[in-house]
Every structure is written in C-alpha cells, then in structure tokens.
Design a protein around this ligand. Structure first.
Ligand code: ADP
Ligand code: MG
Length: 295
C-alpha cells in the first residue's frame, strides 16, 4: 500500500508558496504527484492554473520548466533541436585545421527544449514540467505528448532513445478552447479549477495586496463574483481582481462605491460591451456588495 497523501499539509505548503488552493485542487495535486501521473488543470483564463504549477514547484523545491503551447508548436521547439550554426562552425574549423569532422550529434550540439530538459533531472532536485495551454497546440503535438507521457522518453534518430532518469512532475493546463483527446486525459489526473469562492478570493487578495484595506479586498471579491454572474464576454479572472484592488487603492478608495466602481472598470473588464453591461448594473452590484459587507 502506498502512503496516504496528506492533502492538508500540501495545502499549507502551497499557501506558504503564495498560493491559496481549495481542497479539490490540493487533492488533485497530491494524488497526481503520489501516483506519478500528470495532472490536467482546466479552467477559464485567470483562475490560477499556471500559478498552481509555479507553487507546486516551490513546494517541492523543484525547477520549473515551462512549455508554452501555441498553434504550430513542433518538436524542434518543444523537445530538442540541433544547433546548426554551431555544427557548421565545427565543420569549417575542422576543415581549416585539416582535422576530422567532429561528431555533429554530440551533446555540444544538442539544444534541450523543455520536454527533453525535463528528462534530465538530477537526483537532488526534481523538475515540474508545465505544459501550458495545451489546447492551443494542434493534434499532431497532442499525439506526440501522449507518447511522451506514457514512456517519459524521447527518441532522437541520431542518438537513440533518451529516457527520464527521474520522472518529472507534469502539469498540463487548458483554457478549454477545444476538447482534448480522451487518450490524453486518460493519462492525467483531472481537475477543473472554478472561479474562486468569495472567501478564497478575499484570501488571495489579502495575501497578494497586503496593503489594501481588508474591507476593500472583500468588496472587490464580492463585486468580481457579481460580475462573473453577468453575461460577459470575458469574465474577470483573479489577475483582474488583483489589478482592480490596486487601482481602487490608487484612486484613494477604501471601499467600493458607485463612483469608484465606475471609474475603475477598465482594470477589470476589457471589452466595451462588458463595460457597458457593468455600468448598466452598477447600482445593483454596488448595493449588493455593500449590503453583504455590513454582515
Ligand atoms: N489560488 C491562488 N492563490 C494566489 N494567487 C492566485 C491564485 N490563483 C490565481 N492567482 C493569481 O492570479 C493571477 C492569474 O493566475 P494564472 O495562474 O496566470 O491564471 P491562468 O493560468 O489560469 O490563466 C496570477 O497573478 C496569480 O498569481
Ligand atoms: Mg495561464
């Protein structure tokens, strides 16, 4: 029997690393690490997917290797490449010195991109491999990743197969702009990160913007939650709540009121139609936020 995981302990340690995780996320991370499974974090933009990987690396005192995915991402950018310029120079130098051409596929000429680099973790320090926004990459890359996550090895035609010395901790994130393949999901522990509850968002704001008055942080968390209930093109993420809190402070507000709400909307909403929607609902949102605040 494997050791039971201590979810509360991980939660505490994530908190020390500056990340407020709820029980569901801490459970997913603890189990994935313990099972040596990749963890797939899905959720809207700004809910804390990328930062969860950063915090997990801090907790494990591991190096964070980040692969940002995009359309057209290929193995040369994700896994490895050969340093053609350096190979050419080596050939020229050998020719000039009338020496034999060196081995052009030696380590010296190998460029280790995040996936390959993640296989070379020394024993002392682990690696957290963050494959960020996998939904942006295309099918071909997802198929490659499938192989990578099964074997933790990369085969390089000129070199043979390079296998992991120690399995890295792998965190995949997706904004769910498209569905991922079931085969990929099967290899992962899955967790959906929802927008934070009001109390969790207050905790995040208090930690990240400690100089803000507590009442202001609470107002912002409630107002952000109220905005997320509206039909917006881009509901605010936590990054926007953080910006909003700081902006309100700059404007000298120590509570959210009608005037400061109207003036600061550019910190939190980024589409004119969303700002219109918020302006129209300002009265109701501010009243609700302040009414809650009294309790
Ligand atoms: N649970 C959390 N605890 C502390 N900070 C958080 C948390 N979630 C998000 N943040 C902060 O909110 C911002 C957006 O988070 P990020 O991880 O970039 O979101 P995503 O990757 O889901 O788009 C970052 O500044 C991050 O530090
Ligand atoms: Mg992100």
């Amino acid at each position: 029997m494997p050791q039971p995981v201590d979810v509360d302990d991980l939660r505490e340690r994530l908190l020390d690393a500056g990340y407020v995780a709820d029980d569901g996320l801490a459970t997913a991370l603890a189990c994935a690490v313990s099972l040596e499974r990749a963890v797939l974090l899905e959720g809207d933009a700004g809910v804390g997917k990328t930062d969860a990987a950063r915090a997990l690396a801090a907790v494990h005192d591991a190096q964070l290797l980040r692969l940002q995915c995009y359309e057209g991402l290929d193995l040369a950018s994700a896994a490895y490449d050969w340093n053609y310029g350096k190979q050419l120079l080596a050939i020229r130098a050998a020719e000039a010195a009338h020496e034999r051409t060196p081995d052009l596929y030696a380590d010296d000429f190998l460029i280790r991109r995040p996936l390959l680099a993640a296989l070379g973790a020394p024993r002392e320090r682990g690696i957290v491999l963050l494959i960020d926004e996998i939904d942006r990459a295309d099918d071909e890359f997802e198929a490659f990743l499938l192989e990578f996550l099964s074997d933790f090895a990369i085969s390089i035609p000129e070199r043979g197969t390079i296998a992991a010395r120690h399995r890295p901790i792998v965190v995949l994130t997706s904004n769910r702009t498209r569905d991922l393949h079931d085969a990929l999901k099967r290899r992962c522990f899955y967790h959906w990160i929802a927008h934070p509850t009001i109390s969790r968002e207050i905790a995040i704001l208090r930690m990240r913007v400690p100089e803000a008055p507590p009442a202001l942080a609470a107002d912002v968390a409630r107002a952000a939650a109220a905005l997320r209930e509206r039909d917006l093109r881009k509901p605010p993420g936590i990054a926007e709540s953080l910006d909003w809190t700081q902006t309100l402070q700059l404007l000298g507000a120590d509570r959210l009121d009608h005037a400061s709400f109207q003036r600061s909307l550019g910190a939190v909403l980024k589409y004119p139609e969303d700002i219109e929607t918020a302006r129209a609902a300002a009265e109701a949102i501010v009243a609700a936020v302040r009414a809650d605040g009294v309790a």
